[in-house]
Design a protein around this ligand. Structure first.
Ligand code: IPM
Ligand code: MN
Length: 355
């Protein structure tokens, strides 16, 4: 029997509440599938930072490198200046663990409300492959003459051949494995960001020659936003840089029913990957037991898929689908018809009773 060592980082705000439910579902599925999950919890996040000044101690980072995967709740605390925890913890983990892919499915389940009228589950079913270690997130740049009227703020987008290529290769492979419409769209801005996306486009075209079974396409990022709203059925897999991927996946989350269901994986195919609901710490809902844990449960499901537990992932997906479709009144916090923990119970019960 397999034994998976999972580092659990509940984090800030509603993170701990949703992670508790994800673990409930994970343990229910582990029991069914006869593998073991060993959880090691870490209290990284805003509270610890405010208490001790520590964000991500070197020793903790070294421990994290030894796990099979990481399950993360949310990072961001109202009493901590924006950027400190995001850069010091979330982005630091992505960079240090070289999780160079951020995989974000945009899937509308039947019966879920989408703001797109006349669009249904058959139209909204695609995956965004977001580069996760470079671009504008690399932290390159600086401020000159700070505080003066002549101040200059420079924020550079770093795009390396290696970083772009490994992201594109992942996207082509993923598109092939996903085996749906086998269409890969590069999302960029070749008409303005002529250095960065010239590199992306050239490497994309080069790799495409190796994947003759994949149909390739290109869309500017602004047009991508437009098509995501107007014709989401156009997309199968979208590959893009870090910043554009960040932006279009919030739009993606909204068309799939909201932050309550949007999950993502920070993937290092050769290392330790980290799975998280993409919605953030939602301070205003903290401690109320009303936040939707489905995104965190979906993150756990992606983690199972990543670990190669396909049958367990399938079981979990069926449970998510059933509860979303049949039980929940809405996916929004406070309007689900159930509390956070009740939603977790519904999912776990369904898993436990499944054949
Ligand atoms: C996300 C978040 C993060 C990002 C923030 C919190 C740094 O918005 O995971 O999409 O920009 O990547
Ligand atoms: Mn984001």
């Amino acid at each position: 029997n397999k034994n998976y060592r999972i580092a659990v980082l509940p984090g800030d705000g509603t993170g701990p509440e949703v992670i508790r439910e994800a673990l409930k579902a994970l343990n229910a599925v582990a029991e069914k599938e006869a593998f073991k999950v060993e959880e090691v919890h870490y209290d990284l996040g805003g509270e610890r930072y405010l208490r001790t000044g520590e964000i991500l101690p070197e020793s903790v980072l070294e421990e994290l490198r030894t796990f099979d995967a990481i399950l993360l709740g949310a990072i961001g605390h109202p009493d901590v200046k924006p950027g400190i925890l995001e850069k010091g913890l979330l982005l630091e983990l992505r960079f240090q663990l070289d999780q160079y892919i951020n995989l974000r499915p945009v899937i509308l389940y039947p019966g879920v409300d989408t703001p797109l009228k006349d669009k249904g589950p058959e139209d909204i079913n695609f995956v965004v492959v977001r580069e996760n270690t470079e671009g504008l997130y690399a932290g390159s740049g600086g401020i000159l003459r700070k505080g003066t009227l002549h101040e200059v703020a420079v924020q550079e987008s770093i795009n390396t051949r290696m970083g772009v290529e490994r992201c594109l290769r992942f996207a082509f492979d993923y598109c092939r494995r996903r085996n749906q419409r086998k269409k890969l769209t590069l999302c960029g801005k070749t008409n303005v960001l002529t250095y960065a996306f010239d590199l992306w486009q050239r490497v994309f075209n080069l790799i495409a020659e190796e994947y003759t079974d994949i149909t390739t396409d290109y869309a500017h990022v602004d047009a991508t936003c437009m098509w995501m709203v107007k014709n989401p059925e156009w997309f199968d897999v979208i590959v893009t840089d870090n910043m554009f991927g960040d932006i279009i996946t919030d739009l993606g989350a909204m068309i799939q029913g909201g932050m309550g269901i949007a999950a993502g994986g920070n993937i290092n195919p050769e290392g330790v990957s980290m799975f998280e609901p993409i919605g953030g710490s939602a301070p205003k809902y903290t401690g109320k037991n009303i936040i939707n844990p489905m995104a965190a449960i979906g993150a756990a499901q992606m983690m199972l898929e990543h670990l190669g537990e396909g049958s367990a992932a399938g079981r979990m997906e069926a449970a998510i689908r059933k509860v979303v479709v049949e039980d929940l009144k809405s996916l929004s916090a406070g309007h689900m018809g159930y509390s956070t923990s009740e939603v977790g119970d519904l999912v776990a019960d369904y898993i436990s009773k499944s054949a």
